[in-house]
Design a protein around this ligand. Structure first.
Ligand code: ZN
Length: 552
């Protein structure tokens, strides 16, 4: 199958292309060199004047797993699908059916999405849900840091290499792409009735601090050669003054790579009459001094959503704000906890306006878009379906000003946002959502349009309204197959799972077996994922698993 995409304006920062006109060639699902004048094409698309980017990559979006299903169950009224569609609400859990997740991402030009919070005990559920999401390649990050076995190993002064074996075994057993740490030790401390947990607080009964857990897991990820840096949800999420925590966490990284998730929720000072202020400039100042750190924003956008997180301390602390007024907190085996709290971000609210403005300050003041990533922490800051709105806010200063007129003016006055005139370019959007995102995950076969890359391609018709432009791609190709045309899904191929299989000493399995036999209600064999999890129920076809090589 040989396809030509003729004359589009290419935005591919990885190849230093910023709108130059080029032809692209697809052969058997991958980008290819020009096959020469005698080539016979199976299809030719005339893209003159249209904007062409690689398929977008979302590094942090909660699309599968226990919390996602719990949110679906908690909010059945949001499932009135036809109603929600007619009202064109950006939020509805009905739109999170696995089919809808695949379709809505694909329509925006996304082709790879990472679920960043897979509790190992839930791994099978996560993979079954992801296998049911059409079109997208997916991956998940395995959560460690509140699990009884790790904390026992640390309490018993296990060597770093023993811990590396446990981490590597977990990544293999759960078919993960990387490692996630959520409020290290905090969910475990919650069980001992601690309701706040800082970087140097000690987990009761284990005698290890949050900092030690974090550094141990970070070291493991680095030594195992996991390309994606340890993905960290810091302590003290959402608390005024938590800028101190995130800056201290950057310093705790000791110059090694670390990714800090949804940092908008940590760029909070405690100044002003309400004791809540923007610390975006301070966060960026620290970020500039730490080139080993990457961050994603976790932008807040207004409207109904539901917050879901493994950070049970943060979720419990906000349950009083649940809207509608119902919530779930849970705990699973010996591994971790989490909570689901519906929430509505309101334009008139001082706090919500400040959160919205801080996220935009972070984007607009940042000097390094290749280290700063585009997320809403779906669904915590906003559902992923609001991405086109966020792109318009970043690319269109007049639109931003018009939006600010409707918001809480007292909050805006505490930020630099009204003075910021920067407008993101298409190249900067492409860097954040494509080239840098794929590189951060170690997925070198995507995020760019060089020959050899998989042919994941998004084509947009230029429009003055960037929101409309990015909401409905003109064409989207997945592995060279046309899946979206004029904003409509026309094919639903099965995506691949992206995984890593770092080496471990098999003797660790004996320790893990003993631990399961003593403390778990589940057998170890039920926990590990075999190929059944990757079968496609409709076609009986196995879902492919791509294995990324460790860096050492
Ligand atoms: Zn998240």
């Amino acid at each position: 199958m040989l396809i030509k995409l003729s004359g589009g304006r290419i935005f591919d920062p990885a190849q230093n292309l910023h709108g130059e006109q080029r032809d692209l060639f697809i052969q058997d699902g991958r980008l290819a060199n020009d096959p020469g004048p005698d080539a016979k094409f199976d299809a030719v698309y005339d893209l003159a004047g249209q904007i062409v980017m690689a398929g977008a990559v979302d590094i942090h979006s909660h699309i599968a797993g226990g919390n996602v299903n719990t949110a679906r169950l908690l909010l059945p009224e949001q499932h009135r699908n036809h109603m929600a569609r007619r009202l064109n609400q950006p939020f509805s859990t009905a739109k999170w059916s696995t089919t809808d997740i695949g379709y809505r991402y694909a329509r925006m030009g996304y082709t790879t999405v990472v679920e960043p919070a897979m509790l190992p005990i839930n791994a099978l559920d996560v993979h079954l849900q992801m296998a049911d999401i059409p079109i997208l390649d997916t991956a998940a990050l395995a959560i460690l840091g509140n699990d009884d076995l790790l904390l026992r190993l640390m309490r018993d002064k296990a060597s770093q290499s023993q811990i590396n074996d446990y981490v590597a075994w977990t990544l293999n057993a759960t078919r993960a792409l990387g490692l996630k740490v959520i409020n290290a030790g905090g969910a475990n401390a919650f069980k001992s009735n601690l309701r706040q947990f800082d970087l140097d607080d000690i987990v009761p009964d284990y005698g290890v601090s949050s900092r030690e857990i974090l550094q141990t897991l970070q070291t493991a990820a680095c030594q195992l050669g996991v390309p994606h840096p340890v993905h960290v949800h810091c302590n003290n999420l959402g608390i005024p003054g938590n800028i101190e925590t995130i800056v201290a966490t950057m310093e705790a990284a000791q110059g090694l790579t670390m990714h800090l998730a949804h940092v908008q929720f940590y760029a909070y000072g405690n100044e002003g009459a309400k004791g809540f202020s923007s610390a975006a400039a301070r966060l960026l100042d620290a970020f500039n001094r730490h080139p080993n750190i990457t961050m994603d924003v976790g932008q807040v956008l207004f409207g109904q959503t539901v917050t879901i997180s493994g950070d049970v301390i943060a979720q419990y602390s906000r349950h009083g704000d649940a809207s509608p007024n119902k919530w779930v907190m849970w705990d699973a085996e010996c591994e971790g906890s989490g909570g689901v709290v519906p929430y509505r971000y309101r334009e008139a609210s001082f706090v919500n306006t400040l959160q919205w403005a801080i996220g935009l300050e972070l984007f607009l003041l940042a000097e390094a878009p290749e280290r700063l990533f585009f997320t809403t922490d779906h669904p915590n800051g906003a559902p992923f379906t609001a991405y086109p709105e966020l792109i318009r806010l970043l690319m269109d200063a007049d639109y931003r000003q018009a939006c600010m007129a409707r918001l809480n003016q007292e909050a805006l006055a505490l930020t630099l946002l009204p003075e910021l005139k920067r407008e993101f370019t298409l190249s900067e959007i492409s860097t954040m959502t494509r080239s840098a995102a794929a590189r951060l995950l170690g997925l070198h076969d995507r995020g760019h349009l060089a020959p050899g890359a998989i042919a994941d391609i998004a084509v947009y018709k230029p429009q003055a309204d960037y929101r409309a432009m990015f909401a409905d791609a003109a064409l989207v190709f997945k592995n060279g197959r046309l899946v979206v045309k004029d904003g409509e899904v026309i094919a639903r191929p099965t995506g691949n799972a992206q995984t890593i299989q770092p080496h471990f000493d098999p003797r660790i399995e004996g320790d893990i077996q003993n631990h399961f036999d003593r403390f778990y209600s589940l057998k170890l064999n039920n926990f590990k994922i075999d190929d059944v999890a990757f079968s496609d129920a409709d076609s009986q076809r196995f879902r492919n698993v791509d294995v990324i090589q460790p860096a050492n």
